[in-house]
Design a binder for this molecule. Structure first.
Ligand code: NAP
Length: 203
C-alpha cells in the first residue's frame, strides 16, 4: 500500500487538539479513521463532520489506561474495515507540574495515560500487524502547539505560564497533522524514525 488512500488509521486522544486535527486531515486525504478518547460526544461530532465532508470515520469511547478499551478500538477497526494500517498513540493526561510540587498521584496518572496509551496500543495492534505483514506505529514529537493540553494542570502558575507561551509562539495542530500524514504516505520501504516539529520561535 502506498499513499493514504483507504488506509485504516486508529487515533487515540482524537477528541481535541492534535488528534482531532490529524483525524480531519487524514480523512480528507482518503484514510478511513477509527477514533478513540473518553469524551464520546466530541468524537461523535467529529465523525459527523468527517462524514459530511465525504470522509469515512467511526469512533468508540476509549480510556487508554484500560487495556481492554484499546483492544476494543483495534477490533472495531478490523470488524468495520477489515484491517488496521496505522495506530497514532496521541493521548495525554496533561497533568503538568514541577517535580518539586510532589504531586505524585498526578505522576501516576501521567504514566497511566501517556505511557500505557503507547504500550496497550502496541499490545492491541501488533498481532494484527504481524498477521497482515505490515503496520505502522506513530508517536510524533511536537513542540509548543496551540491546543488546550495544559488545561488539566492543577498548578495554576504552570497553567498560566504555558497558556501565555502558547498564545505567544504556538503553531496550530494542523502542523503536526501534516507530519503524521507525511509519515503515513511514505512507500513501504521508507521508515520515518523521528520527526520533531517545533515553532520557529521556540528555543
Ligand atoms: N500541545 C503541545 O504543545 C504539546 C507539546 C508536546 C507534546 N504534546 C503531545 O501531543 C499529544 C496531543 O495533545 P494535544 O496538545 O492535542 O492536547 P489535548 O487537546 O488536550 O489532547 C489530549 C487528548 O488526550 C485524550 N485523553 C486524555 N486522557 C485520556 C484517556 N485516559 N484515555 C483516552 N484519551 C485520553 C483527550 O481526550 P478525552 O479527554 O476526551 O479522553 C484528548 O483528546 C499528547 O500526547 C501531548 O503530550 C503536545
Amino acid at each position: 500500500m502506498e499513499g493514504m488512500d483507504g488506509r485504516v488509521v486508529v487515533v487515540t486522544g482524537a477528541s481535541s487538539g492534535i488528534g482531532e486535527a490529524a483525524a480531519l486531515l487524514l480523512a480528507e486525504r482518503g484514510a478511513r479513521l477509527v477514533l478513540g478518547a473518553r469524551r464520546s460526544e466530541r468524537l461523535l461530532d467529529l465523525v459527523e463532520r468527517i462524514d459530511k465532508a465525504g470522509g469515512t470515520a467511526t469512533h468508540a469511547r476509549t480510556d487508554v489506561t484500560r487495556r481492554d478499551d484499546l483492544h476494543a478500538l483495534v477490533t472495531l477497526a478490523r470488524e468495520r474495515f477489515g484491517r488496521i494500517d496505522v495506530l497514532v498513540s496521541n493521548a495525554d493526561a496533561g497533568t503538568i507540574s514541577p517535580l518539586d510540587d510532589l504531586r505524585v498521584d498526578e505522576w501516576d496518572q501521567m504514566v497511566d495515560v501517556n505511557i500505557k496509551d503507547v504500550l496497550h496500543g502496541i499490545g492491541a495492534a501488533l498481532p494484527a500487524f504481524r498477521a497482515q505483514g505490515t503496520g505502522h506505529f506513530i508517536t510524533v514529537s511536537p513542540g509548543m502547539i496551540g491546543t488546550d493540553f495544559a488545561e488539566a494542570s492543577t498548578n495554576s502558575r504552570v497553567r498560566a505560564e504555558i497558556t501565555k507561551m502558547r498564545d505567544r509562539i504556538a503553531i496550530p495542530p494542523e502542523a503536526i497533522a501534516r507530519a503524521i500524514a507525511f509519515a503515513i504516505e511514505q512507500p513501504a520501504t521508507v521508515d520515518v524514525n523521528e520527526i520533531v516539529v517545533r515553532p520557529t520561535a521556540q528555543h
